[in-house]
Design a protein around this ligand. Structure first.
Ligand code: PGA
Length: 252
């Protein structure tokens, strides 16, 4: 795990954009695993500004709310089109998100897993982290081997996301999310976290034990993970000075 501490969210997002853009340049038909939430928005702005070629790129999003139609403004379908897809030359047929309105959740989840496999697997997975340590919507105690399935959100996550819905009561209770096992299959992972509210989750994920109570801690077992954080999100890391030194003294 490489911990990259940057002064601002903008700077951390640029580091992440370099990684994603590097994969896209090397492999024009790269398979990107994408995330929603507030955190990756600057990364997407940065990718849009770089005018990359998305014609052959395939994308799979981590999750979607159960019950929301794609056109609902808070559905992750809408959020992704508004903040990334409509601004780049991606082929609509190459965009994949779980269907929150599926009638057969288990069959849909199995098909989503199969679609990722048939695309050749995810080359780089973008992640945020919940204040409770979730990745995707894998809440605490999610199996570290889990695959795409339906999950029930914690009260904390529903409160964290309440503003976008105009109140906690309007936040859906259930989601379809890639599992931790699905995320672990990605060839490379870049996790972004900004702000003081993420400091505890980042410290637990990076320096705590690998444990289902902190789903993001599973990433300690992944061979290629970069954690891009701003200073406030890094505040509780015990070895922050070492991580900075490593980043500044990389072998050529
Ligand atoms: P946020 O959500 O980016 O809106 O903080 C992150 C997450 O829940 O994974």
């Amino acid at each position: 795990m490489e911990i990259i501490i940057q002064p601002t969210p903008e700077a951390a997002s640029r580091v992440a954009a370099d990684l994603v853009a590097g994969v896209m340049r090397e492999k024009p038909n790269a398979v990107l695993g994408l995330a929603t939430g507030r955190t990756p928005l600057q990364l997407y702005q940065e990718l849009i500004a770089r005018k990359l070629d998305w014609r052959q790129v395939r994308t799979f999003n981590l999750d979607e709310y159960v019950g929301l139609p794609p056109e609902h403004p808070q559905s992750f379908h809408s959020v992704m089109w508004a903040n990334l897809f409509q601004h780049v030359n991606i082929d609509r047929a190459n965009v994949h998100l779980p269907d929150g309105q599926t009638r057969d959740v288990p069959a849909h989840c199995a098909a989503y897993e199969a679609a990722i496999r048939n695309a050749g697997g995810i080359d780089i997975q973008v992640l945020g982290i919940g204040t409770d340590g979730h990745i995707g919507f894998n809440e605490p105690m999610s199996s570290l081997a889990s695959r795409t399935r339906i999950k029930t959100l914690t009260g904390q996550t529903r409160r964290d996301n309440a503003a976008a819905f105009g109140g906690e009561a309007r936040v859906p209770r259930h989601v379809i999310t890639m599992g931790i096992g699905t995320i672990m299959d990605a060839r490379q992972v870049v996790l972004l976290a900004f702000g003081e509210t993420k400091a505890r989750a980042i410290a637990a994920a990076v320096e705590g034990p690998v444990a289902a109570i902190t789903p993001a801690s599973a990433l300690q077992l992944h061979p290629v993970v970069k954690v891009c954080v701003d200073e406030p999100a890094a505040r509780l890391l015990q070895r922050a000075d070492y991580y900075r030194w490593v980043y500044d003294n990389k072998p050529s």
